[in-house]
Design a protein around this ligand. Sequence first.
Ligand code: SF4
Length: 469
Amino acid sequence: MSVARLPAPPLAQPYRYQRRELVEPDWTRFPGWRSVSTAEWASPQWQRAHCVKSLAQLRQVVGDQLSDALLDDLRRDQRERATMSMLVPPQMVNTMMPGARPGKRGGWDEAFRTDPIRRYMIPLFSDRRTDWSSHPHATRDSLHEHDMWVAEGLTHRYPTKVLAELLTTCPQYCGHCTRMDLVGNSTDTVTKLRLAGRPADRIAGILDYLRRTPQVRDVVVSGGDVANMPWPRLEEFLVELLAIDNIRDVRLATKALIGLPQHWSQPEVVEGVARVATLARSRGVALAVHTHTNHVQSLTPAVAEAARALLAAGIRDIRNQGVLLDGVNADSHALLDLSFGLLDGASITPYYFYMCDMIPFAEHWRVSVAQAQRLQHEVMGYLPGFATPRIVCDVPFVGKRWVHQVTDYDTQRGISWWSKNYRTSLDSDDPADLHRLHPYYDPIHSLDAQGRRWWATQAGRGPAQVRAR
Ligand code: SF4
């Protein structure tokens, strides 16, 4: 007698796609914003005036929902570790702990401690590593951007593209900021560099370099965040930039689209963007916006509305460049949730996730190259190819490399070696540089016992010990 075999039930996919509607969390759950109206919330002026810049202001917003122990933890971080000062617009604070409701004193501690947005915007001392809180090779300007300045604020690293840092402030400060050397206010642990020139002279110097350097075709207009430049001045700069014949791509870098979307929704800004976009189109130049979000919780209807206003004004594409951060998004489900949220909910293209750079006190956020490679593998195949984010390692003295482009990798010591195929302004007179390999370092706590022991024996040896080879 034969027995019919039923087909095996299909196995579940490692990641299950589910379309989610974006939601603006109710800001009136915060005791300090109980009476804030919708009109106030939508005002960029109100948002800027009510940013959380200090512990005292955080306490005003959350009332007694956080315990003294947690606030002490935060205070200690600011005194001993923080490389960025606190500056969080209400819009961003409101994306933290979206489900929390006021309760008894100290009732929000757990939700606050574990919240992914809080983890990178308002770091706690207890978040950081106490064994290797900084990698021995961590540096303030880990990408050597200042060393590659060809005019004040203008980094010329790649053959055809430049980074123009027009200003050193942002509407929000991220704890992991790679430009911690220059951006934001000084903290107890970091005295920031200051741009020496007057803004007008700096802009003139940048434009002058671009006019006499026809091999540059692509300008990332950044800072800081361009949302902190008064729009008329930014528009003036962009009009001058678009008049340079060799400039074919212009990308405006602004995390404010996520942190302060109210800025980009203002009618006067949208109208200005439309004028510049029309001019760009008439000259055959692609004008795009690059933004920065690290977690799907940041995506709300206010963000989607601002993004769509920019696209309707003629911006060709809005792309997200997130940062891969342990405790925030270093998990393929979190990366895919964010990528689908960007694409479906906010019309933003997932583009890059950068590995967190080797700046001081960042080890608790960093992951190994091996983990980044695993994550890249795990996110492949779910999103359209054009919107599948690439995980990249920004290798000092090399530039961005896809994480699978590593040439050599000592996984025990966590040292990966990378090559490059172009000269930067630092090595333009070095014929051997294209044959050299440059190192990048995994966080030491991610290594096995033997690897950690090796690094312990290296204590006191300077960065030059393991430089290019
Ligand atoms: S918005 Fe960008 S430049 Fe500003 S603090 Fe954050 S990471 Fe740094």
